[in-house]
Design a protein around this ligand. Structure first.
Ligand code: HEC
Ligand code: CU
Length: 367
């Protein structure tokens, strides 16, 4: 260190002409502070989940809880270190500021104690961060426990296919866009893609993981709270990537089993003539080539399995509620609702306007 000359007091030139009054400047500064505080408060209130369903701050699985803990731990540590460093800095700036007529400060060359201290303290702090981080990396990559439920997740453009084993693994159940999981039992997702890269991300479940063609990734977690959780593809996968959403539905083991048993059954038989006509239409139109409805002639695999479509809360990969109006809109012009969709519009599907209500009635009856 040479001279302290450059550490002089700031010049008192703040009141130059043209600057706003002190009071106004104070108000602006307060406003600038209040806005982020308000946003922060809005983000933390009870409505937080309603406005920001893609939140990682409300963990509902073992995996997410571990991540959330690590994040908060490092945050607290960082803030503590920040407070100490800035307090020391403020003290030094005030205590050793230049005073008129003061003698030149004493020159110092090397101080072994100080140098050891500022090398060792950061090393110890980093160890406090590294140990739990490495532990979390290993525990979130651990192989699934023996009693885990294995679900194969296939990323499509732009929807999700979920495959469950039933009958002791001899049969499978295929469903789409709503992944049901039982609370309290470990779940292993086997993540696959037969097209481009996708990424599985249900923020409240925990971290995202990629679906890579020709390589199976695994994701193991234990759901802890029943509920419906928002999910979204988190890796750009083409035109309608932003419309590739999903729901994770965590249920009690009994509810989950009831759901799975129902999914494994064949499609409901039509109960009235309108629904019957709907089935006739669906099973004789091009739908047959792309969709499966168990118990009918339909065995296509390009689109989602529709056997129990009427039970799903949402449709077209979680972008809209599953109701008659949305369903009709979808059937009329799917590529308009979802640009690039492999499901064609009604002209290509050879559908007439007056046929749509019957098809809607049939699809809704598939409980
Ligand atoms: C060329 C293949 C193809 C044909 C033909 C086709 N679909 Fe689709 N369908 C798809 C694909 C692919 C999706 C998924 C679109 C998405 O969400 O991105 C889909 C989605 C759907 C969905 C929403 C499913 C869900 O769970 O979100 C319904 C309902 C549906 N199709 C009904 C029909 C009906 C009824 C017909 C015949 C009138 C038909 N589709 C014809 C490919 C097809
Ligand atoms: Cu995707």
């Amino acid at each position: 260190m040479k001279s302290t000359g450059s550490l002089g007091r700031p010049h008192a030139n703040g009141a130059a002409t043209g600057t706003p009054s002190r009071a106004a400047a104070g108000r602006t500064r307060l406003g600038a502070l209040a806005l982020p505080l308000l946003l922060l408060a809005a983000g933390c209130g009870p409505d937080h989940l309603k406005h920001y369903p893609a939140t990682t701050f409300a963990p509902v699985t073992s995996y997410a809880r571990e991540q959330d803990w690590l994040f908060r731990y490092v945050l607290v540590l960082g803030v503590a270190v920040g407070i100490v460093v800035f307090a020391a800095l403020a003290y030094v700036l005030v205590r050793f500021r230049h005073r008129p007529g003061a003698a030149e400060p004493q020159h110092v060359h090397g101080n072994t104690t100080l140098e050891l201290a500022w090398t060792l303290i950061p090393a110890v702090i980093l160890a406090f961060i590294a140990v739990p981080t490495v532990k979390a990396i290993f525990s979130t990559q651990a192989p699934a426990p023996a009693n885990a439920l294995h679900i194969v997740v296939m990323g499509k453009q732009w929807w999700w296919q979920f495959k469950y084993p039933v009958n002791g693994g001899r049969d499978t159940v295929l469903t789409a866009n709503e992944i049901h999981v039982p609370v309290g039992r470990p779940v292993e997702l086997i993540l696959k893609s037969d097209n481009v890269l996708h990424s599985f991300w249900v923020p409240q479940m925990g971290g995202k993981r990629d679906l890579v063609p020709n390589h199976d990734n695994k994701l193991v977690f234990t759901p802890e709270e029943p509920g419906v959780y928002y999910g979204q593809c988190a890796e750009f996968c083409g035109d309608s990537h932003a419309l590739m959403r999903m729901r994770m539905i965590a249920q009690t083991p009994e509810d989950f089993q009831r759901w799975l048993d129902n999914e494994a059954s064949a499609a409901a038989e039509p109960a009235d003539s309108a629904v019957m006509l709907g089935r006739q239409l669906v099973t004789s139109k091009p739908c047959v080539g792309c969709h499966t409805i168990k118990g009918t002639v339909m065995a296509g695999v390009t689109g989602p399995n529709l056997t129990h479509f009427g039970r799903r809360r949402t449709m077209a990969a979680g972008i809209m509620d599953n109701n008659a109006q949305n369903l009709a809109t979808w059937l009329r012009d799917a590529p308009h609702v979802k640009p690039g969709s492999k499901m064609p519009d009604m002209k290509t599907l050879n559908l007439k306007d007056e046929e749509i209500p019957y098809i809607v009635a049939y699809l809704q009856s598939l409980q």
